[in-house]
Design a protein around this ligand. Structure first.
Ligand code: XMP
Length: 318
């Protein structure tokens, strides 16, 4: 029967047999479970011949880039962190349409990743953290039906650099990936991290993206996520985040009238992200988060809670 230990042993052997003894492998790391587990497997198989690239798109959670990069280095991974925030903000300037933003982010990611990958001399392979549900989903995205949401990928790099693709997690479901990560001693904070979309906060800022809005949203989001952890609720939900809405509302602060941004809290329970129910979070917790956001994040004066299930709503608002 399937065990994570057996999977690790046989996959490490398979990788060693497939990847030539001098070949280098490039892998894009995102801080998510899948790419991190793929990295640990490859690291075990080929050590520093794995060249990880972790791009900061300026749309990650507060302090995430630094803390995840630190975890990767602690694990002994050969990873290069690339802060490309400004390039992404420039590419996004003035774009409000959700698909337009996804395309701008995807295109910029490919550009930056290509540049970095080309610095790895003698690279022969491109590794990806693709898991089984991604295989299924990309079939339906590319099928005859309309694109629901475009997922960004690696573009034309494999052809351009003559790279072969290696996807060690291609046969696994998410819970199996977590078990494998556990067997490889991936730190708890990465192993149990909620899913987070590739375009990041870019699709949680409704309307156009500016560095100022990113800063507001990062601070509100950190209060929500830290609160979930403090209240022991983080692992009760599948995914959670804050949406910065493109509207302002009237409020009062002392004897001043305010006219500021509104945010929506989103938290869902789910098995696979395909369907989801809004999480029935305790009122006391919601009150705590709402007060803290409004008191601490200048520029936000109203917090609402999203009580929509998927379908017909999606988890993200864009
Ligand atoms: P929706 O909003 O479609 O999201 O219910 C389902 C899951 O997919 C994530 N998501 C994305 N992930 N690129 C990604 O890598 C994207 O463009 C994207 N859009 C949604 C979402 O966070 C949720 O986990």
């Amino acid at each position: 029967s399937w065990t994570p230990e057996h999977f690790v042993d046989s996959m490490v052997l398979a990788l060693q047999n497939t990847i030539g003894p001098d070949d280098k492998v490039i892998l894009g790391l995102s801080g998510g479970v899948d790419s991190s587990v793929a990295a640990l497997l490859l690291h075990r198989a080929i050590g520093p011949r794995l060249h990880g690239i972790f791009v900061n798109n300026g749309l990650l959670r507060k302090d995430e880039f630094e803390s995840v990069l630190h975890s990767y280095k602690d694990l002994g991974l050969n990873v290069r962190g690339v802060d490309a925030s400004q390039e992404f903000y420039t590419a996004l300037a003035g774009i409000s349409d959700p698909e337009g933003k996804r395309k701008a982010i995807g295109r910029t990611f490919v550009e930056i990743f290509d540049q970095e990958a080309q610095k790895v001399e003698g690279a022969r392979w491109l590794a990806q953290g693709t898991i089984y549900p991604d295989v299924i989903e990309s079939v339906s995205v590319k099928g005859p039906a309309v694109t629901i949401k475009s997922h960004h990928n690696v573009g034309g790099l494999p052809e351009k650099m003559n790279l072969k693709i290696v996807e060690p997690l291609r046969a696994l479901f998410k819970d199996e990936v977590r078990q494998v990560g556990d067997a490889l001693e991936l730190p708890h904070n990465i192993l149990h991290r909620h899913p987070f979309p590739g375009p990041g906060l870019g699709i949680r800022i409704l309307g156009d993206v500016t560095p100022h809005k990113v800063d507001l949203l990062q601070r509100a989001d950190a209060i929500f996520i830290d609160g979930l952890r403090e209240f022991g609720l983080y692992e009760e939900v599948w995914q959670a985040g804050v949406m910065l809405l493109p509207i302002q509302s009237v409020g009062v602060m002392g004897d001043e009238r305010t006219y500021e941004q509104v945010v929506a809290l989103r938290a869902v329970t789910s098995v696979d992200g395909m369907t989801a129910d809004w999480a029935h979070l305790p009122y006391d917790f919601l009150a705590h988060v709402s007060n803290k956001i409004i008191n601490q994040v200048r520029g936000i004066n109203r917090v609402v809670y999203d009580i929509s299930s998927k379908p017909p709503a999606t988890i993200e608002w864009e």
